[in-house]
Design a protein around this ligand. Structure first.
Ligand SMILES: [Zn+2]
Length: 282
């Protein structure tokens, strides 16, 4: 069943678990992710980044999610627009039926980020669509498709003020995870997260850069207010590696089989993370 993101995240925060937000941009990624969460009977977020609007448009995306969502086990699913800087794209996604949007004003100064985010909140809430925003910025790891940025931790005091002034439903924080795979040993600062969580009360927090983050760190983050974790790069890396290995061995491999292989490779990663995120449920 399609759900509003806020209702999913509020329940996750209350019961101390997190929901995976999986980056999807074609039939294989959407089907792999939905099959995985249905298999585990857990809630899930099917996300389309603004970066991938050349792969699929919001209307097509919603149609595919809705048609696959109806098959088999009924689990709560949110359709989320990830990392969007254009208000036009946000409006388009809302009209197409997305149940949440992320406005990314993280590269703006604090006051401008508040102003623009507030505008998005007004538009989205009028349509009962939830809003995620971001404060601070993540560094860029390997194999990522995101923009490069300098790592700036989220300031706990600013996080509190930002939430109060914008009315956002969820806040993405920067605590040392990266967009992409880590180049060295991950250095995630859970102390910064603890301070943010103390300041923001019930507001659900979001961790971008889930790919490759060690299990114990993820669990520690969930204990300290993270309720939504984005996974993108590891899905892509797993799919590409498996296709590469297969094609190296079998020269006459049919494209229909490549498609199924890709779907299964997506499913593997989503199963792994969804299981982990939900295992800590209290
Ligand atoms: Zn992100």
């Amino acid at each position: 069943m399609l759900k509003n993101l806020k209702s999913l995240l509020d329940e996750a925060k209350e019961n101390s678990y997190a929901i995976g937000s999986y980056s999807c941009y074609n039939y294989e990624t959407i089907r792999g992710a939905i099959e995985a969460i249905k298999k585990l009977k857990v809630p899930g977020i099917i996300a389309l980044g603004e970066n991938y609007l050349n792969n699929i448009n919001p209307e097509e995306f919603v149609d595919i999610v809705k048609s696959l969502e109806k098959i088999g086990e009924d689990v709560p699913i949110a359709i989320h627009l990830d990392h969007c800087k254009s208000i036009d794209h946000i409006v388009q996604a809302i009209q197409a039926g997305f149940t949440s949007v992320m406005y990314d004003g993280s590269d703006l100064d604090f006051v401008e980020n508040i102003m623009k985010t507030k505008k998005v909140v007004d538009i989205a809430h009028a349509a009962n669509v939830s809003v995620e925003a971001e404060l601070g910025s993540l560094a860029l790891g390997e194999f990522s498709n995101e923009e490069g940025a300098e790592q700036i931790y989220t300031d706990p005091e600013q996080a509190k003020q930002f939430i109060e002034e914008t009315g956002v439903d969820a806040l993405a924080v920067s605590i040392g995870t990266v967009h992409g795979m880590y180049k060295g040993v991950p250095k995630v600062n859970v102390n910064v997260l603890k301070k943010i969580n103390e300041k923001v009360g019930d507001t659900p927090l979001v961790l971008h850069g889930g790919s490759g983050t060690p299990e114990d760190v993820i669990k520690e983050c969930i204990k300290n207010g993270i309720t939504k974790i984005n996974v993108n790069t590891e899905i892509s890396v797993n799919v590409v590696n498996q296709i590469r290995d297969k094609l190296a061995k079998e020269e006459k491999y049919h494209f229909s089989k490549v498609s199924l292989l890709a779907k299964e490779a997506v499913k593997e990663v989503v199963l792994k993370y969804s299981q982990l995120f939900y295992s800590v449920r209290s």
